[in-house]
Design a protein around this ligand. Structure first.
Ligand code: BES
Ligand code: MN
Ligand code: ZN
Length: 501
C-alpha cells in the first residue's frame, strides 16, 4: 500500500472511498462534519435513525453521497466520545482496514487520524493508522492454486491518503513511514510463521536473513553445525540430533548507530517444527507447532522494519534454529548435555527444547558487550494458560528495562505483562545429575523457563518475551499475528530518542 498525507476539504476530494469517523450519540469530528455540511446533513440523519451501530469499529458503507466527490463513503463508529481510547481508535482503524481490503476501490482517503485522542499526538495517530491499514491488507495466499490467488489479487485499496487538518511536517511524514515499515516487518514475520515446516526450515530462515541483509545492506553470517560444535554449543546441538534438517545459527548485525555505541541484541527462538522430540506431543493441533519459530520471525521482521526506517541504532539479531524431532539419534530424557557456558543440563523433557537452544545463543550474545538483550520465544504453553492471548509474557533481570518494554507495549498496542523472576523459583530446576534440569515441574512453567534462561544472562541486562499466546491465532482465522514486531520496533525507535507518542 502506498501512503500520502494531505490537507484540504474532504468533500471536494476525488476518491474511490472516503472513510469518515463518527461518535456514538452523533457528534461528528471536524472532517466528518465538513462532509456532512456539504451533504446537507445526510450523515447526521443516518446516524440519528440508528443506521450506524454505537460500538467502535461498526461500519456503514454508503454507495454514494450527494455533495461529495467520493465514489463511496464509509462511516466508521468511534464509540462513545467520553470512552474514546487507544483501543476504540484501533478498533475503528481495523474496521476501516477490513473494508478497504475488500473494496473494489483502488484509492481511498482516511480521515480517522485527524480525530483528537487524549494523550496521543497527531504523529502517534498517523503511525498507528499507517500500521493498521497496511497490516489489514496482509494476505497469505502463496500456497493457494493460481485461480484462487487471482480471484483475490485485484481487490483492495492500493493508495491511501491520510487527511489531517494540522499543518504537514517532516515529523508527520516520518510517523507514516514508521507505521508502514512496522507493517512491512510484520508481514515478513507473518509469512515466515504461516509457511509450513516442510518449507520454512532452518535453511529457509538462513536464506531469508541473507536476502534481507543483501537488500538492506547489513551483515549476515550463518554458522553451520561444525561452527557450533567448535563454539561448544552442546545444548543447541542436542535439540538438532533427531532432525534430518541441518541446524543453523544466524547472526545479523545492523549498524545504523555510532561505531562505538553498544548494540541491543535480539535473540529469536527458531524451532521450525516442534514435535516435542522423544517426549512426543499429542496429535491434536500439532500443526500449530510450525509457529514455534515465530520468535525468530519477529527478529527478522524487526530487522526489516528498522532497516527500512534507517534507524540510527546498532542492533544484533541472533537466531538459533533447528527442528525438534524424534529419531534414532535424538536426545533422550535423562541425557546430560553441556552448554556453551560450561553449565551442564539434564534433559528431563525433550519438549522443553526452546530454552536449550536459547541458552547457547544467550551465551554467544556476551561477545557483543550488549547494551541489553531481549529474547523472544514461543516458550511455554503455561504462558497461554496464565495470560491468554492478549499480552506477551515478560520477565527480566532488570526492572528499568522491563518498565521500558511495558511502556512501549502500551504505546504500540502490542502489549506485554510482567511476571516475577524471583530466586525462590530457581530451586525448582535442581537436578540430581547435572547443574540443572531443563524443566521445573507442574507449577509456574513460564517463570521456571525464564529462570533457566536467567542462568545464562548474568553478564548483561536482559528481558525475555514469551510469545506462546500472542504469535498466532487459532481457529477459523488461524494465522501468524506478526507480534511482537510492533513492540520491538517501538522499543528500538524509543532508544534512538523519538517515539511518536
Ligand atoms: N513450543 C512449545 C511451547 C508452546 C506450546 C507454545 C503450546 C504454544 C503452544 C515449547 O517448546 C514446549 O513444548 N514447552 C513445554 C514445556 C514443558 C515440557 C516444561 C510446554 O509448554 O508444555
Ligand atoms: Mn517443545
Ligand atoms: Zn517449542
Amino acid at each position: 500500500m502506498e501512503f500520502t498525507i494531505k490537507t484540504g476539504s474532504p468533500a471536494k476530494l476525488k476518491t474511490g472511498l472516503l472513510v469518515l469517523g463518527a461518535f456514538a450519540g452523533g457528534r461528528l469530528p471536524a472532517l466528518t462534519a465538513a462532509v456532512d455540511g456539504a451533504a446537507e446533513g445526510r450523515i447526521a440523519a443516518l446516524i440519528k435513525r440508528g443506521d450506524l451501530d454505537d460500538k467502535a469499529g461498526a461500519t456503514l458503507l454508503m454507495p454514494e453521497l450527494a455533495g461529495t466527490h467520493a465514489e463511496r463513503v464509509l462511516l466508521v463508529s468511534l464509540g462513545k466520545e467520553d470512552e474514546f481510547s487507544d483501543k476504540a481508535y484501533r478498533d475503528a482503524l481495523a474496521a476501516a482496514a477490513k473494508a478497504l481490503a475488500a473494496s473494489a476501490a483502488k484509492d481511498a482517503v482516511l480521515t480517522l487520524a485527524d480525530v483528537e485522542l487524549a494523550g496521543r499526538s497527531q504523529a502517534w495517530r498517523l503511525q498507528q493508522a499507517a500500521r493498521l491499514l497496511a497490516d489489514g491488507a496482509y494476505r497469505f495466499d502463496a500456497l493457494k492454486s493460481d485461480k484462487d490467488r487471482k480471484d483475490k489479487k485485484h481487490r483492495g485499496v492500493k493508495k491511501l491518503a491520510m487527511l489531517v487538518s494540522t499543518e504537514l511536517s517532516a515529523e508527520l511524514d516520518t510517523a507514516v513511514l514508521r507505521g508502514h515499515a512496522v507493517a512491512t516487518g510484520m508481514a515478513l514475520a507473518k509469512d515466515l510463521g504461516n509457511l509450513p515446516g516442510n518449507i520454512c526450515t532452518p535453511t529457509h530462515l538462513a536464506e531469508t536473513a541473507e536476502a534481507l541483509g543483501k537488500q538492506y545492506k547489513f551483515d549476515v553470517e550463518v554458522l553451520e553445525r561444525a561452527d557450533m560444535e567448535k563454539l561448544g554449543m552442546g545444548s543447541l546441538l542436542s535439540v538438532a540430533r533427531g532432525s534430518h534438517q541441518p541446524p543453523k545459527f544466524i547472526v545479523m548485525e545492523y549498524k545504523g548507530g555510532k561505531a562505538k555505541a553498544k548494540p541491543i541484541v535480539l535473540v529469536g527462538k527458531g524451532i521450525t517444527f516442534d514435535t516435542g522430540g522423544i517426549s512426543l506431543k499429542p496429535a491434536a493441533e500439532m500443526d500449530e507447532m510450525k509457529y514455534d519459530m515465530c520468535g525468530a520471525a519477529s527478529v527478522l521482521g524487526t530487522f526489516k522494519a528498522i532497516a527500512q526506517m534507517g534507524l540510527p541504532i546498532n542492533v544484533v539479531g541472533l537466531i538459533p534454529t533447528t527442528e525438534n524431532m524424534p529419531g534414532g539419534a535424538a536426545t533422550k530424557p535423562g541425557d546430560v548435555v553441556t552448554s556453551m557456558s560450561g553449565q551442564t543440563i539434564e534433559v528431563l523433557n525433550t519438549d522443553a527444547e526452546g530454552r536449550l537452544i536459547l541458552c547457547d545463543a544467550l551465551t554467544y550474545a556476551e561477545r557483543f558487550k550488549p547494551e541489553c538483550v531481549i529474547d523472544i520465544a514461543t516458550l511455554t504453553g503455561a504462558c497461554v494458560v496464565a495470560l491468554g492471548k492478549i499480552p506477551s509474557g515478560l520477565l527480566a533481570n532488570d526492572d528499568e528495562l522491563a518498565a521500558e518494554i511495558l511502556k512501549r507495549g502500551t504505546e504500540s498496542g502490542d502489549r506485554a505483562w510482567q511476571l516475577p523472576l524471583w530466586d525462590e523459583y530457581q530451586e525448582l530446576l535442581k537436578s540430581n545429575f547435572a547443574d540443572m534440569g531443563n524443566i521445573g515441574g507442574r507449577y509456574a512453567g513460564t517463570i521456571t523457563a525464564a529462570c533457566f534462561l536467567a542462568r545464562f544472562t548474568k553478564a548483561y541486562k536482559w528481558a525475555h518475551l514469551d510469545i506462546a499466546g500472542t504469535a498466532w491465532v487459532s481457529g477459523d482465522a488461524k494465522g501468524a499475528t506478526g507480534r511482537p514486531v510492533p513492540l520491538l520496533s517501538e522499543f528500538l525507535i524509543g532508544r534512538t530518542h523519538g517515539s511518536s507518542s
